[in-house]
Each structure stands twice: as structure tokens, then as C-alpha cells.
Design a protein around this ligand. Sequence first.
Ligand SMILES: CCCCCCCC/C=C\CCCCCCCC(=O)SCCNC(=O)CCNC(=O)[C@H](O)C(C)(C)COP(=O)(O)OP(=O)(O)OC[C@H]1O[C@@H](n2cnc3c(N)ncnc32)[C@H](O)[C@@H]1OP(=O)(O)O
Ligand SMILES: Cc1cc2nc3c(=O)[nH]c(=O)nc-3n(C[C@H](O)[C@H](O)[C@H](O)COP(=O)(O)OP(=O)(O)OC[C@H]3O[C@@H](n4cnc5c(N)ncnc54)[C@H](O)[C@@H]3O)c2cc1C
Length: 663
Amino acid sequence: MEGVDYLRDERKKSEFDVEAMKVAWAGSREAFQVSDRMAKLVANDPVFEKFSKPTLGRKEMFKNTLRKAAYAWKLINDLHLTEEEAKWLRHYIDEPNYTDLQWEMFVPALEGQGSEEQKRKWLPLAQTMQIIGTYAQTELAHGSNVQGLETTATFDHETDQFVIHSPTLTSSKWWPGGMAKVATHAIVYARLIIDGHFYGVHGFIVQLRSLEDHSTLPGITVGDIGMKFGHGAYNTMDNGVLRFDRVRIPRNQMLMRVSQVTKEGKYVQSDVPRQLAYGTMVSVRQTIVSDASKALSRAVCIATRYSAIRRQFGSHDGGPETQVIDYKTQQSRLFPLLASAFAFRFVSEWLKSLQTDVKQRLEAKDFSTLPEAHACTAGLKSLTTAATADGIEECRKLCGGHGYLISSGLPELYAYYVPACTYEGENVVMMLQVARFLVKTVSEMSYKQPVGTADYLGRMAPLMHNNCDVQTAEDWLNPSAIVKAFETRAVRMIVDCSQRIAKFENQEEGFAELSTDLVEASLAHCQLIVVSTFIQRLKQEIPGKGVKQSLEVLCYVYALYLLHKHQGDFLATGYLTSKQASLANDQLKTLYSKVRPNAIALVDSFNHTDHYLSSVLGRYDGNVYPKLYEAARKDPLNDSDIADGINQYVQPILKQKLHLAKL
Ligand SMILES: CCCCCCCC/C=C\CCCCCCCC(=O)SCCNC(=O)CCNC(=O)[C@H](O)C(C)(C)COP(=O)(O)OP(=O)(O)OC[C@H]1O[C@@H](n2cnc3c(N)ncnc32)[C@H](O)[C@@H]1OP(=O)(O)O
Ligand SMILES: Cc1cc2nc3c(=O)[nH]c(=O)nc-3n(C[C@H](O)[C@H](O)[C@H](O)COP(=O)(O)OP(=O)(O)OC[C@H]3O[C@@H](n4cnc5c(N)ncnc54)[C@H](O)[C@@H]3O)c2cc1C
């Protein structure tokens, strides 16, 4: 039997309707159809071929990506693609490039932080790509600490302009994507200075390059920051360094939704919170949560298909060896990741709806839910990216030696993905933001009832004193037992930290001293959100034979896997006994055996094309070994029998040996 037959047999074992599961994964039939159409469009167009990428040099790779981006833009226009379709098209092309910054950061920053007048002027230019923009916030010496940025924007009364300047080497903008070679404009974050007074960090629209010949404008120095981790992964992107030598821009190019500077040089703060200036980061963090489920599902799809094909040991009387997916250890590493991909998918959908709600409230000048939205996006960004980056690496190991080959698709995926733990808010820094929100919520509870994702803190009294009543492994198959366990663990960890901080004379000092515990408490809070969202999703109607049941199994796997992994927390907070923790682990093993027959069908439900997976190990048809062999033969080193350099550097050594032998 070959891999092809193995996967065919596996698909026959499935206990649910795969087509219906595809819809559940996508969110709706319409969402499925859009993404499916775009996936196929990209997969079937030779322009988007990407197997040759690993063998290209930096310049060729960069040019090749520009070519694809230009072609994609042509398709978007020629085919009159909707915004949603265009997003999926870019997603499936699967090469980071300047358009990510244009659509995920530059346009949202204009939309969220521009005044109505500014939006009227700049948005049409950006949306039709007559200008190409980037988001230039991070500097050589400051990324996380936005208030510590050094670039200055000094108001000049006489000319009604701002003077943008890089006063030090460390103030050089450093990292923005698309900035080195492509972007014509940037939203530059700088310290606003009027008459020697500092008014905080604000965004300014600055032109970097001529729209005529693309040359840099006077006063601007811009370039690439150099190659990044993983050859092909992120090096298609021209992350840049940028310096300003007293570059002048008109006053009306400061983004003026949140605060304005008048012609007279007066600083006016609108009636909206200053944190709205961070709004672009909040919206992109939500996109990053959604991207996490895509990246993790991709790695899990590869590792699951390959685990069903790969066989090692266990052959009796000449029969076939054991599929590695049947080893309990393989299942205990793989299935929680499969469940996590679904969990992240559903939490990202929920986060999107939370943001829509916040947006509507902001328009009605209701800012009450902003801190919670910030904490949720920051925390979930941190949780999902960390788990996804680790998960991709685990999937690589699950594929044994072949996982280390570029043709497995996993090394490049990891290298592309891992900076998500850093960009758009370093993960620990983000968890500390969640901690601030939680500690503040607890401290205000005497006069303010917590709401939304923090509402369980309002039920503190019972949660502080209850004990878990699980008696058998079966008892863990109960959503309310699970939610209660996660709520209790989170509440007790948060309250413990809050009480210990309160003992410090200086609260900031207490916060800093307890920051490692606070990060753990924040993680507990975020895990509760993901688990509860999964459970809530299952309360909705989910059509299709066996679909809901399979998702229920995955939901329990996700929750009980976390419970097992963090059982130290659950035990230390005194809610569970070690017996109850061990029953959860027993149940987890039973659940793995329920996932097993459905594993291949579950990863088929992601609807990933072979083009998108770009993995010989994860091929839909399972024809792994012949294709691995074929891919290896195509390596440039195999172009000739005697490689370049052999005659020059190897043969002389061999000849020298002969000479020595004669002596
Ligand atoms: C369908 C297909 C889809 C395809 C998918 C494609 C996916 C591709 C995705 C994407 C493509 C783009 C590729 C990557 C691009 C990467 C771009 C970048 O990396 S841009 C740089 C990011 N930089 C950071 O994130 C800095 C992190 N630092 C910060 O955010 C702040 O400095 C922070 C939060 C750490 C501290 O802020 P403070 O300096 O003002 O300090 P404090 O005093 O702590 O905050 C004041 C108050 O403001 C609140 N706050 C802070 N941030 C807030 C926010 N964002 N919203 C609301 N409140 C906020 C705080 O909670 C605090 O509240 P209280 O006073 O305690 O009540
Ligand atoms: C691929 C990539 C693309 C990027 N694209 C862009 C872009 O388009 N535009 C842009 O403006 N920026 C971009 N960035 C920059 C990115 O946003 C920053 O790197 C990120 O915000 C982290 O900041 P930092 O580099 O200053 O890390 P640092 O803050 O220096 O982190 C270093 C270490 O310090 C720790 N640390 C920092 N502060 C604290 C604290 N208060 N408490 C405890 N620990 C702390 C962190 O946890 C971390 O371990 C990009 C970065 C990458 C890698």
C-alpha cells in the first residue's frame, strides 16, 4: 500500500460530514465559498507558483514578489473582486509584501485616526493604490514603549508646517514593512512639540518617495534592514530603516481625529480618549488572532496527513508497520494542536464581533468597553501567536526527519510565523496589559460591576470558596464543570496577585515585583475566554451530520489538555484535588481515541489547497515518497554530477592523500 491508499482509507473512517464541517470552520456558507474560490484562483494560476522560492537570491525573491503583487492587483481590478475576496486572494498568495502594510495598517490607520476631511483626501488615494503606505512606529531603540519614541514633529508657526526630524541614530525608524523600497508614504509616529512643549506621540502622514520616479525625497534616508530569520519566509518583505533630516509637512498631515493642532499652534484634545490613537494596533491584533488559526491549521494539516502515512515499528509476520498517528504519544502532541486550531478560529470570530460592537459604540461616543477590547485583543494576540509558533515547531518534530526539509513546508512556515510573537505588541508586554486591566477591575469592584469577559470576577465570593465536584472521568464531559474550573483558577490567581500588590506601599513597584505571576494570571484569564467561546459556539446551531459532536470532542480536548498542562495552577489554587486532575487526564486519553478516526477528515475541513500548504508531506493525495524523491532531484545541487567547486576544492585534497600514501 502507498500513502495514497492510506489517506483514502482514513477518509472512509470519518464519522461526520466534511463539507458541512468546512462551512463551520469558515463561519458561513458564503465565507466558505469566497475563500474556496480565491484559494482555487491562486492555486490554478502559474504566476503564483512558489516552489522555486527557496532557491532564489534576495533580489530575485523580492522582485518576484513585486511581480505577484502587481498581478494580484490587476486581478482584483479586472475581476472586480470585493474587499473580502481581495483579502483572501492576498492571503493565499502567501508571500509577505508591502500590500500587507497598505491594507492591514496604512488604510486602517487613516480610517481610524484621520479626521473626516483627511479621510476624504487620503483614503481614495490609498484604496486605489495611487499612494502606497506603511506604518512607521518602531525605532531602533524603542518598539514596545511607544511613549519613548524619539522622532520629533515640531510645529513651525511661520510656515504652518511640522518639521519631522530624527535627532539621534536610535530615533531611526526600524522595521516597518514595505518601507525600504516600495512605500511612497508612511504614517510616522513622532513626539509632537509645540513651542518647546511635548504633547505626546502622534501619527503624521509623510511622503517618502516621488510618485513620478520613486526616488527618495530630499531629507529622507531610507533602506532595508537586512535579511531576516528563515531564507524565503519573511525576506520577500522590505522591512526598512528611515531617517528624517528636518522634513517639512503641512500641518493638516497630522492625523487629527483624536487631537488637533490649530493654525495658531493650539493643541486641542477631542472628547475621545487618547488611546484611540492606538486603534490601528487593536484592529491588527484581531487580524493576527485570525491569522494564528490559519497558520496553525496549516501545520496541523501537514503533520496529521503525514502521521497517517508514516509507519514505524510494530510489524508482525511481515504485515504493515504501525501508522505513527496510532501512537498515543503522537496523538497527545498532535490532537491538542488540532483542537487549538479550531479554538483559535472560533475565538477570532468572536473577537471580530466584539470589535464591531466596540466600533459602533465609539461612533456613539460610548468608550466604556474600550479597556476590555484592548485587554482581549492584546491577550488573545499573545496567547494564540505563542501557541501557534510553538505548535508549528511541534508539528515539524512530529514529522521526524522529513519535517526539517524545506519541501515539508514547515521550516518556512515557522520562520514566517514566529515574528507574530513580537510584532504588533511583544507577547509578554501584551500579557502585562491584560494584567493591568484585571488588577484595575478588581480594585474598582466595590463601586463598579465587572462586565463582559471579566464578569466572572464579579462572582468572586462563590468562586473563591467552592470546590470541584467531579467524581468520575465522565463528569469532565460537562461544559459547566469545565468553565467553573477555569473561572476559579483565573479568579484565584488574579485575586492572589492583587492582594499581594496591595501590600506594597508603591503599587507600581508591587506590579513590577509580581509581573511573572501576573503574566500567568493573565494567561489563565485568556484561556478562560478561549474555552468559554468554544463552548458558547457549540450552543449555536451547527448543521451537518456529526459536525457538532466532533466539535464537542475537540472542545473537550482543548479544555482538558490545558487543564492537564497547567495542572500546577489548578492544584495550587486549591479548586481541584490531584485525583480530579488525574481523572481529567484519563478523560483526555479517551477523547484522543474519539478524534483518531476523524483526524484526516478534520484537517480536510480546513480546505487548504496543496498550493497553500506547499508541503510534500501534507499533500491531499498522500503521494508522499515519490514526490519527496522528485523534489529532492530538483535541487540545484543535482543539476550536474560533479558540482561546482569539487574540482577546485575537493579533488586537490584527494590527490594530496594519494601523494602521501606513496611516501
Ligand atoms: C482573510 C485573509 C487575512 C489575511 C491575514 C493577514 C494577516 C497579516 C497581519 C498583519 C500584517 C502586518 C504584518 C505585521 C506588521 C507588524 C506591524 C507592527 O508591529 S506596528 C508596531 C506595533 N507596536 C506595538 O504594538 C507597540 C506595543 N506597545 C503598545 O501598544 C503600548 O506602548 C503599550 C500598550 C505597551 C503601553 O502604552 P502606554 O505607553 O500608553 O502606557 P500605559 O500607561 O501602559 O497605557 C495607558 C493606558 O492606555 C491603555 N491602553 C494601551 N493601549 C491601548 C489600546 N490599544 N487601546 C485602548 N487602551 C489602551 C492602557 O491599558 C492604560 O490604561 P489605564 O490607564 O491603565 O486604564
Ligand atoms: C517581522 C516584523 C515586522 C514588523 N513590522 C513593523 C511595522 O510594520 N511597523 C512598525 O512600526 N514596527 C514593526 N515591527 C516592530 C515590532 O512592532 C516591535 O519589534 C515590537 O513591538 C516589539 O518591540 P521591541 O522590538 O522594542 O521589543 P522590546 O520591547 O525591546 O523587547 C525585548 C524584550 O524586553 C521585554 N520587555 C519590554 N518591555 C517590557 C516590560 N515593560 N516589562 C517586561 N518585559 C519587557 C520583552 O518581553 C522582550 O522579551 C516589526 C517587527 C518584526 C519582527
